[in-house]
Design a protein around this ligand. Structure first.
Ligand code: FES
Ligand code: FES
Length: 226
């Protein structure tokens, strides 16, 4: 080796990805997003800003099977740092593995993904995997520690408030996230009473008028970006 060449250091890693153990030898500086996309064909995790700002590349990591999932930015995290850990990518959210495509590809969409479709939450969709991952992790946390109805909007903003959508679909994302959380019993304390009250107000307000979904009462949610 001459003085202008730099030695590429490699490491053997073993990571559980969407339930499947993957073992590879990779260079120390290989970003997780490149490992997912280039080595494993998992192209659902998106590379956007590449510098840890937009959160489009968010994946879920568990240090052990009983721990809560934590968000990790795949663009700025070397794959070697995830050695021995358990990762879920967007391909695994619907119960599939996605690795190599074919029979291991996702077979169904999750309730979060369905809510995003139902509420027309995204346009180009480039930011959507990050929003899906963050919302799924929020729901996981709420299953162990429900919030009050008054604290729900702040919990949502805390989970996805740093995610950037260049198509600016924030209000619809927030509405879809709120809807999917409210649809699962036990995540929000006092949810049933609050929704009944809300529906009562809405039916009075819209009596004799067409309901405009785009002007939902949730649109002015605290923390929602317009
Ligand atoms: S691509 Fe990772 S934070 Fe933007
Ligand atoms: S839907 Fe296009 S960036 Fe969010």
């Amino acid at each position: 080796m001459n003085s202008t060449q730099t030695e590429v250091k490699t490491q053997s890693i073993s990571i559980t990805i969407n339930g499947q153990v993957v073992q590879r030898t990779v260079s120390d500086d290989l970003a997780l997003v490149d490992f997912l996309q280039e080595d494993l064909g998992l192209t659902g995790t998106k590379l956007c800003c590449g510098i840890g700002v937009c959160k489009a590349c968010t994946v879920a990591v568990k240090q052990n099977p009983t721990s809560l999932s934590q968000p990790i930015l795949a663009c700025s995290t070397p794959a070697v740092l995830l050695n021995g850990q358990n990762i879920t990518t967007i391909e695994g959210i619907g119960g599939g593995q996605g690795i190599g495509g074919g029979p291991t590809a996702p077979q169904k969409i999750s309730p979060v993904q369905q809510a995003f479709l139902d509420h027309f939450a995204f346009q180009c969709g480039y930011c959507t995997p990050g929003f899906v991952m963050a919302t799924t992790m929020l729901i996981e946390r709420l299953r162990g520690a429900p919030v009050s109805i008054e604290a729900l909007d702040a919990a949502i903003a805390n989970a996805v408030g740093q995610h950037i959508c260049r198509c600016t679909g924030y209000a619809r994302y927030y509405r879809a996230i709120r809807a999917v959380i409210m649809s699962e019993p036990g995540l929000v304390v006092g949810a049933w009473q609050a929704e009944s009250k809300h529906k009562g107000k809405q039916s009075g307000k819209h009596k004799g008028k067409n309901t405009d979904n785009d002007r939902s009462a949730h649109e002015d949610m605290k923390g929602a970006k317009k």
